[in-house]
Design a protein around this ligand. Structure first.
Ligand SMILES: N[C@@H](CCC[C@H](N)C(=O)O)C(=O)O
Length: 269
């Protein structure tokens, strides 16, 4: 039987979304990889299943293109918020993920999401052994002394003079799978271009190089702010476009950006 889906994206970080709030859906890792495959499937960085939630408007189940289930996706949260808001009278939306409940406000084709409080302890990232997460005493070729931040998922962020000069397609997979990161890691390279602006490229765990990564943008902003390199509100410029990130005085990270519907369809499962 063909199952309807919605193809969406946030700054080119793209998703296939199934709504299973009425009609349950379970997919195997092999099915997820087949759907996400850009040559033979629909093609996307992540796949989401919307499920009922007792604690929020929706439960967002998140899978990377490699079939692995993960706990957070910032660009995806804006997209799910937009889909939920279309069926409600208000733009205020709550979303439960494996990392907890987050709140958002949808405004036209975009959304602002409270991404919660970043976790900064080495056990929370998690790392394999204890160290300072602000300036870690580790390196891979020209990339060294990164910061680590958990935004519901693990990130490591390297500050570099020129993000375009970094061979992220080669170093990203090496760092992602290094034993220092027992749950693997999302890898960002960040360039500070002004007190209010960061350029960022991200190698995503389980998906590879992406046009944008919402949690990656939050992690880079938090790392830059911890190092006093920027103000507490910044524009993070990714290959797919800009996100506004603010680390508020109550410790919550706010992310604002677009959430777009590309097309709808149905697929035989
Ligand atoms: N694209 C996402 C992050 C998706 C999950 C990530 N690859 C992980 O494995 O944690 C975003 O916008 O945050």
């Amino acid at each position: 039987m063909a199952r309807p889906f919605t193809k969406m994206h946030g700054l080119g970080n793209d998703f296939v979304v199934f709504d299973a709030r009425q009609d349950a859906l379970a997919l195997s890792a092999a099915q997820i990889r087949a759907i996400c495959n850009r040559r033979t499937g629909i093609g996307c960085d992540q796949l989401f299943i919307m499920e009922p939630s007792a604690d929020a408007d929706v439960f967002m189940r998140i899978y990377n293109a490699d079939g692995g289930e993960v706990s957070a996706c910032g660009n995806g949260a804006r997209c799910i918020a937009r889909l939920v808001a279309e069926t409600q009278e208000t733009g205020a939306v709550s979303i439960e993920t494996l990392a907890g409940v987050i709140e958002g406000t949808v405004d036209g084709p975009g959304a602002a999401i409270d991404m919660g409080v970043p976790k900064l302890g080495w056990e929370d990232i998690p790392l394999a052994y204890g160290m300072d997460t602000l300036e870690m005493p580790v390196g891979w070729e020209e990339l060294d002394a990164p910061s680590a931040v958990n935004m519901g998922n693990p990130h490591v962020v390297f500050f570099v003079p020129d993000v375009e000069a970094v061979p992220l397609e080669r170093l990203g997979p090496q760092i992602e799978t290094d034993p220092l990161f027992p749950e693997r890691v999302n890898v960002g390279v960040a360039q500070i271009t002004a007190r209010g602006e960061i350029r960022l490229r991200v190698w995503e765990r389980g998906a590879g190089l992406t046009q944008a990564c919402g949690t990656g943008a939050c992690a880079a902003a938090v790392a830059a702010m911890r190092r006093r390199l920027t103000e507490r509100k910044v524009t993070v410029r990714l290959p797919g476009g800009p996100l506004s990130i603010e680390w508020r005085s109550d410790d919550h990270v706010m992310m604002t950006g677009p959430a777009e519907i590309s097309f709808t369809g149905a697929i035989a499962l």
